[in-house]
Design a protein around this ligand. Sequence first.
Ligand code: ATP
Length: 348
Amino acid sequence: MAEIQLKNISKRWGSFVGVQNFDLTIADKEFLVLLGPSGCGKTTTMRMIAGLEDVSEGEITIDGQVVNDLDPKDRDVAMVFQSYALYPNLDVYENIRFPLKVRKSDPSTHDERVRRAAEMVELTDFMHRRPAELSGGQRQRVALARAIVREPNVFLMDEPLSNLDAKLRVSTRHQIKNLSHELQVTTIYVTHDQIEAMTLADRVVVMSKGVVQQVGTPTDIYDTPANTFVASFIGSPAMNLLEGEISGGTFTGQNVSISGLATRHEGKVILGFRAEDAELDPDGASSAPLYSLELLGDATIATLKMGGTVASIRAAKDYRAEIGDHTAVNIPAEICHLFDAKTGDRLE
Ligand code: ATP
């Protein structure tokens, strides 16, 4: 059982604020992902939970116990980093066993625990290799096994996939998802990769410049982004955002007109829509020149030049056109998101 409470925690270095008023309860067994661009405060938040960084303000509790002044080793959390931090002179078996020796747990249990952890990450055939004799993916699995073997209350994972190539990243991601289902341990996972966040998380925390922008399930943050930062960070391609004005439920801007919007808002706005919610349609109300065409295999992404910006539309896999061709598009009013032109916050 490990519920973690972050009670309005902040981290300052002098006048610089790395993390500001982070307030969240992470449920027992929850898989929480901290997502945001480089420098937004993800790692700092995790290091405060691990006890590797002091909290400037606020309180952290694990299972109701305030841990602000507790040493990292007394917090019962296991960390997995992007740099695997393996001992080069020890083989896989001894690397996995290391935390058990440090914690002076009963030696008669070690062999079984090491083998069980190795089996979970499919390393049984590599027990006697040293880290230098392993691939990047295998090394990361040793790091995972070394965290698992401790049977901790909490897992903290800091970009564990970022040193792996694209294919290994996907297979190791599946493995982490499967492990988390099997182990049922509260996990906090840091990444700047929105696909990792969407696929792994029970809930995602989107951060920017030390401030939490939105907390929600992957579906929540995809379907109802709280502001333009979240809208443009989640989704591939990102949500299209058009500046313009609304009058009487009709949006006009970037050479586009969309009527029938269910809003009483008047004046400047930012209108958002996702590539898959609009369609290239010869009878569409708007038209714009084709800027680029990307073939994905299962679909084609057509990017149109709309006024001073570009917007991507997901088209059929066999859609073809020439750059510069005028293309009619249908952007249905009911799929549009509206954001405040000044603050970027979601309207309604
Ligand atoms: P990345 O994805 O690049 O690891 P991050 O979101 O994990 O980024 P943090 O490492 O948490 O970001 O850093 C948050 C901010 O705090 C950054 O602007 C960073 O430069 C700053 N920072 C981190 N550690 C210190 C420190 N010891 N002293 C001063 N500033 C720091």
